[in-house]
Ligand binder design. Structure first.
Ligand code: ZN
Ligand code: CU
Length: 498
């Protein structure tokens, strides 16, 4: 038997595939799991876990950490919550081409100085040469690509422009991006019609890359938007991932029962469609999109109907006194209407982010229980200010609050929704499952005490109950403390398949 680098003894092992846990030891050699079950001695180091749970490290399939992975390479806000891999580039917003991607970076990291890189190959190479603490896989962003070719033009692309967009996506595919994301409520993605998205996505056919989408409308037109997403994936011949599946705005509450049915029907027709979800009744985005989508209009647009009480300032560049206050409260102190107030804020803080209280708890639970749903935080990594607490707590909240305390599903099911299901959907080979031969991306936690600690009023807290974290066999969290280790890698589709 080969010499092992590390043995974890007396673990309660969750395999990530949804099977019931079992007791055993886990042997690790370098970056891989080399034995599971009864593991004999002969190793550099042993840790006795005394029955703590061990699972594949959580995979956050919905993040906006493209630049955070470079600016905050310890990635504490994810690692401390049990995450070993992030998928960046969601909602149409990607890390390349560089000048256009920098627009997004400026909204989330206003004071940051970022390096330049060329295309997705440059971005993923940068990740590999500077190693964040966790793994990073990337989606190409339709919005970023469109911006690079046609600016914010509200029209269909010419044949030349389409050819240029395809070239930019092709560069990403060759570099190993996991798919193409769209953000159809945002500039410039909202100007794209269904055919444009089909044509662009169709160059991914046969590659295993998928189409992920922040749909055009998550309010009263949720079902039509879902049909469009399925049509795009089906016509292009690629898998589909519905981002942050929800029914937003009081008028659309309950619609998720029908949207889940549409997903089931499509799956029965052999269409590869799934969704991700963050475990909260509030969303979060940029204030400018909220206003542009008629967020203060009783009719509601793509974000659903909301009121000024439900839109709360999260992070600003230099107006901390506004953070944590609703547009209704700010309107009172400004002595203006909510609409005027929002416009006045945007004039000074064009990148301001907001938390949107727009969902029904029953809907959140209905979506979470569905087998098509995996967990993705959609956290916005504005570490100053008051970001939505999903940035830190999404995975601990599903395990502690929803699985253990409310009993929505078994712990092994909850873990499957953040590991095995996610890895399979995004093509992350040898990750997301715990057995001999997979990468040693592991989280060790106490299933009796794991809990998210951040609240909307006071979000910047790591969850409790996470003891250890290993990324590619290297210990990143030890007894709840970050070790400073940076053993993350880029996760590229071509390498994942090889
Ligand atoms: Zn989104
Ligand atoms: Cu998102």
């Amino acid at each position: 038997m080969t010499h092992q680098t590390l043995v974890l003894r007396n673990a309660k092992i969750f395999d990530g595939k949804g099977n019931a846990p079992y007791e055993g030891d886990i042997g690790i050699t370098k970056d891989r799991i080399t034995s599971v079950g009864t593991v004999p001695g002969n190793s550099d180091r042993e840790i006795d876990l005394n029955g703590l749970a061990v699972a594949p490290g959580f995979i956050d399939v919905h993040t906006h950490d493209d630049f955070a992975a470079i600016l905050h390479p310890d990635m504490s806000f994810k690692a401390m919550g049990g995450v070993t891999s992030c998928v960046v580039g969601n909602c149409g917003m990607g890390a390349a081409p560089c000048p256009q991607a920098a627009l997004l970076a400026r909204a989330f990291h206003p004071h940051a100085v970022l390096p330049d890189w060329s295309g997705y190959n440059g971005y993923l190479n940068y990740i590999d040469s500077h190693s964040p603490s966790i793994n990073i896989g990337a989606l190409a962003g339709h919005g970023t690509i469109r911006m690079a070719v046609m600016g914010n033009e509200a029209r269909t692309p010419t044949a030349d422009e389409m050819g240029h967009m395809k070239k930019l996506l092709q560069e990403g595919l060759e570099a190993g991006v996991l798919g193409l994301s769209s953000g159809l409520i945002y500039d410039p993605g909202r100007h794209a019609d269904t055919d444009e998205l089909i044509e662009l996505a169709s160059i991914m056919e046969g590659t295993g890359a998928l189409y992920t989408t922040h749909m055009r409308n998550e309010g009263t037109e949720l079902l039509q938007s879902l049909e469009e997403a399925i049509q795009i994936g089906q016509s292009a011949g690629v898998g589909i991932q519905i981002s942050h599946h929800k029914a937003a705005g009081r008028k659309s509450w309950g619609l998720v029962k029908e949207s889940l049915k549409l997903i089931e029907d499509a799956q029965q027709r052999n269409i590869d469609v799934h969704a991700d979800q963050y475990p909260y009744t509030a969303g979060s985005t940029i204030l400018s999109a909220t206003i542009q989508q008629g967020g203060l209009d009783r009719e509601g647009g793509g974000l659903g109907d909301m009121d000024a009480e439900g839109i709360v300032l999260a992070s600003t560049e230099s107006h901390q006194e506004w953070e944590g206050q609703s547009i209704a409260e700010l309107a009172t102190s400004f002595g203006q209407s909510p609409q005027e107030t929002a416009e006045a804020i945007l004039a000074q803080e064009p990148g301001a982010t907001v938390v949107l209280h727009s969902m029904d708890e029953d809907d959140v639970q209905t979506v979470m229980q569905h087998p098509s749903t995996m967990i993705g935080s959609d956290g916005i990594p504005t570490l100053e200010g008051k970001p939505h607490p999903r940035l830190y707590g999404s995975f601990a909240r599903v395990l502690g609050h929803y699985s253990r305390d409310l009993g929505l599903f078994k712990l092994e099911t909850a873990i499957h929704k953040m590991t095995g299901l996610s890895a399979r959907k995004f093509g992350l080979t040898d990750r997301g499952e715990l057995h001999q031969g997979t990468f040693a991306d592991l989280v060790v936690f106490d299933q009796n005490s794991i809990v998210d600690k951040g609240t909307f009023a006071d979000p910047n807290h790591y969850p409790e109950g996470i003891h250890h974290l290993f990324v590619n066999g290297v210990q990143v969290i030890n007894e709840g403390e970050h070790t400073g280790a940076r053993s993350g890698r880029s996760l590229r589709r071509s390498l994942a398949i090889a």
